[in-house]
Design a protein around this ligand. Structure first.
Ligand code: GAL
Length: 364
């Protein structure tokens, strides 16, 4: 393995204690793996985060001296399966996969297993297959908890300064992405007691995960549902908060709210949460349109995942932080989970700009 010498070293330093403690995978015996190729399958380029994730993975793995094949599937699971098949046939030594549809990869991952190719689930866990070896992600339950905590704190329900009742509407992510369930469950763990006490009212009555999901996290679908709920339920009532699990959906939700007349002094926008700290949404936070986002440092995710790849290629066990949570229906997949951070107007500079995640010059 080659020495790591770039800016990633700063992040590496932060993680190095825990990583170095358990792995032993960073050192000797690299000769047989020096020319290894890593197949990286990413879902879509419609969101900046996945573009960054792909680029980060390539640059992290290059620092170990590995070659990479990076493919984006244009949000088509059929395309992604074909890409994975080509990677396996082309002799990939490890696969790193952020699934388009986490529920349909069983067949192609069996082919990887038969070809002796280890598989790492990247941020999204492949479901119902024994043929996934490791998982790198964030504490996905905590993501939902942070979004919901933000809402109940800002409404004054935690310190008792606001009594309610407040109207809230709920959104969930893509049903075929295991993360969506975790985000929603984490949020409901916080919100349920306030819904039960009547301080929060879901006026549309739509509280079941299966009725709230948004295929492929599509902002246009979220916008459509928000518009429908506003016209069917809120002609005489004011919406106070929206639980949105992802920035791309929050943008659509805010569009629908503005089209309905929200965003004036007389009719202020409700609280709207989000996730990923994407630049347009951080700008919307600065502009007081979106309220909050959950920042997940995808640079660290790439660092951890590349470290996993290197360990696997050396026949070592990667560093794992969780061996209980991620049951994919066939096995509990050993995982390394990073910490998400809630961001709003008060801390975006410190958390996002000072850490170099977003350039100050990209924000107005
Ligand atoms: C999830 C991911 C989120 C968000 C979403 C939509 O799997 O954990 O951070 O990116 O997909 O892309």
């Amino acid at each position: 393995m080659r020495a790591r010498t770039t800016a990633a070293a700063a992040i590496a330093a932060a993680l190095s204690l825990s990583l170095a403690a358990c792995s032993g995978g960073d050192s000797e015996g690299a000769s047989s793996t020096d020319d290894a190729t890593v197949g990286i399958a990413m879902p879509t380029k419609t969101s900046q985060r996945w573009i960054n994730d792909g680029d980060n993975m390539v640059s992290e793995l290059r620092q170990y001296g590995y070659s990479t094949t990076l493919k984006y599937a244009n949000n088509s699971s059929k395309t992604q399966i074909e890409q994975l098949e080509n990677m396996i046939q082309g002799g990939a030594d490890v696969l790193v996969i952020a699934a388009v549809d986490s529920t349909v990869l069983g067949g192609v991952l069996k082919k990887a297993e038969d070809a002796g190719v280890p598989v790492i689930g990247y941020d999204r866990l492949p479901m119902n297959t024994p043929d996934v070896d490791y998982y790198s992600s964030f504490d996905n339950l905590k993501v939902g908890q942070l979004q919901a905590m933000y809402i109940v704190e800002q409404l004054g329900l935690v310190n008792g300064s606001g009594k309610g009742p407040f109207n809230i509407e709920l959104f969930a992510g893509s049903a075929d992405d295991n993360n969506a369930k975790y985000f929603f469950k984490g949020a409901m763990d916080v919100l349920q007691e306030y819904i039960d006490s009547g301080q929060l009212v879901v006026k549309s009555g739509e509280t079941d995960f299966k009725n709230l999901t948004t295929l492929r996290w599509d902002g246009r679908l979220a916008q459509k549902r928000m518009a429908k709920v506003l016209s069917s339920t809120y002609s005489d009532a004011k919406l106070d908060a929206v639980l949105s699990p992802y920035d791309g959906m929050s943008i659509g939700i805010i569009n629908a709210l503005k089209a309905d007349g929200y965003g004036t002094d007389a009719k202020p926008l409700p609280l709207v949460t989000g996730q990923d700290a994407e630049t347009p949404s951080v700008q919307a936070i600065i502009d007081r349109e979106q309220s909050e986002t959950v920042y997940k440092d995808t640079r660290k995710l790439a660092l951890v995942t590349a470290h996993m790849v290197n360990s696997v290629l050396h026949g070592n066990s990667p560093v794992i932080s969780d061996t209980k949570t991620y049951d994919n229906g066939k096995k509990i997949v050993p995982a390394y989970l990073l910490e998400p951070v809630s961001v709003d107007r008060t801390n975006y500079k410190q958390v996002l700009v000072n850490s170099g995640y977003i350039k100050a010059s990209d924000l107005k």
